[in-house]
Design a protein around this ligand. Structure first.
Ligand code: 13P
Ligand code: SF4
Length: 336
């Protein structure tokens, strides 16, 4: 289906205005589509979407939405997860080149080899993985439920946790599990938020809360600071993007230092305008997330591109691992 739209000048010099938003909504209605946006999307994309949330919350919304078409403003593994959960729906991502350095850090062949070394292990994969990797996984997790997922596994079984080393280290620390092997992958954006920056900011803002995404290279450092008494332990919160929004609504702090991708600040400031949210690293921007431009969203709605297609057998196997996670019950956060 191709739909007639206003010309490209509707996005003036990259800054979309009310005409762009009205055109997006008109085209979404014509296509019978719902628009989902991850918390790291550009503010204009978040504001025009039907739902904004973390990766798990959005996938669940995609599966239960009454619309037949999902336009997923996020990165490719997220749109794939929506397609895995809703195979009968048309899932569009405005730019299929929007990948993820963390998902790229393990291939299906590498996982097959790792599994061969530990044939009795339970494989736990973060949702930031390709559908092929999910298909080789026993149970998926996200940053909002990784601890619960690992705790749900028989303590006598060896766990292979992938691909994020920092999230893995966090889960290992919290669960105290020793029979857990962790893949050495990382997200280039979060690995770049380091302990030195966090220490400097925490020292400069002694009354601020610290919201830290567990993918951060600084997660260990934040806990170290707390352990040393440099930052009161109750000020350090290791949270998924959705968890940060929930915490923003309840914290008594007037200032919060945020250690994650900077797109997150938009939803946090909307959720709690009275709090001063500041990034630990103002340059922590995910170039893949920002490939979903206002122009790309218009093009997607007009031309029905880029559609996500998955091999049936891969999708079925991947669905089992995602549904095993959902059965554990944490809904994800920040979806509205
Ligand atoms: P969430 O699962 O917290 O939404 O994070 C996804 C992600 O890509 C973090 O970099
Ligand atoms: Fe992937 Fe990192 Fe971007 Fe999240 S911030 S989508 S983990 S590259």
């Amino acid at each position: 289906m191709t739909i007639t739209t206003a010309g490209p000048d509707i996005v003036d010099a990259g800054v979309p205005g009310p005409e762009w938003a009205a055109e997006v909504r008109r085209l979404a209605d014509l296509r019978g589509a719902t628009l989902l946006a991850h918390n790291y999307q550009l503010p204009a994309i978040q504001d025009v979407a039907d739902h904004v949330g973390d990766s798990l919350a959005l996938s669940r919304i995609a599966a239960s939405a009454p619309e037949d078409t999902i336009v997923f403003c996020g990165v490719h593994f997220m749109a794939e997860t929506a397609k895995i959960l809703a195979p009968e729906k048309t899932v569009l991502i405005p730019d299929a080149r929007a990948g993820c350095s963390l998902a790229d850090s393990i291939t299906a062949d590498e996982l097959r080899e790792w599994k061969a070394d530990f044939p009795d292990a339970v494989v736990v994969s973060y949702v930031n993985t390709t559908a092929e990797v999910k298909a080789l996984t026993d149970i998926c997790c996200t940053s909002s439920n990784a601890v619960e997922v690992v705790e749900s596994i028989d303590p006598d079984r060896t766990v292979l946790f992938l691909p994020d080393q920092f999230l893995g280290a966090h889960v290992k620390r919290v669960t105290g599990r020793t029979n857990m092997h962790i893949w050495a992958g990382e997200c280039h954006v979060h690995a770049g938020i380091n302990g030195d920056e966090l220490t400097a900011q925490a020292t400069a803002h002694p009354d601020a809360d610290l919201f830290v995404h567990p993918e951060c290279g600084c997660a260990t450092s934040a806990l170290y600071l707390a352990g040393e008494g440099a930052v009161p332990a109750d000020k350090v919160k290791i949270l998924s993007t959705g968890g940060m929004l929930d915490a923003a609504r309840t914290t008594g702090a007037r200032e919060v230092l945020v250690a994650t991708e900077i797109g997150m600040l938009h939803q946090l400031r909307r959720a709690a305008p009275e709090i001063d949210f500041q990034p630990v690293n103002a340059k922590a921007s995910c170039r893949y997330m920002k490939m979903i431009t206002p122009e790309a969203l218009l093009r997607s709605l007009r031309d029905g591109t880029d559609e996500v297609h998955l091999d049936r057998a891969v999708a079925d196997a991947a669905r089992a691992s995602v549904e095993a996670m959902i059965a554990i019950g944490t809904p994800g956060g920040g979806g509205e």
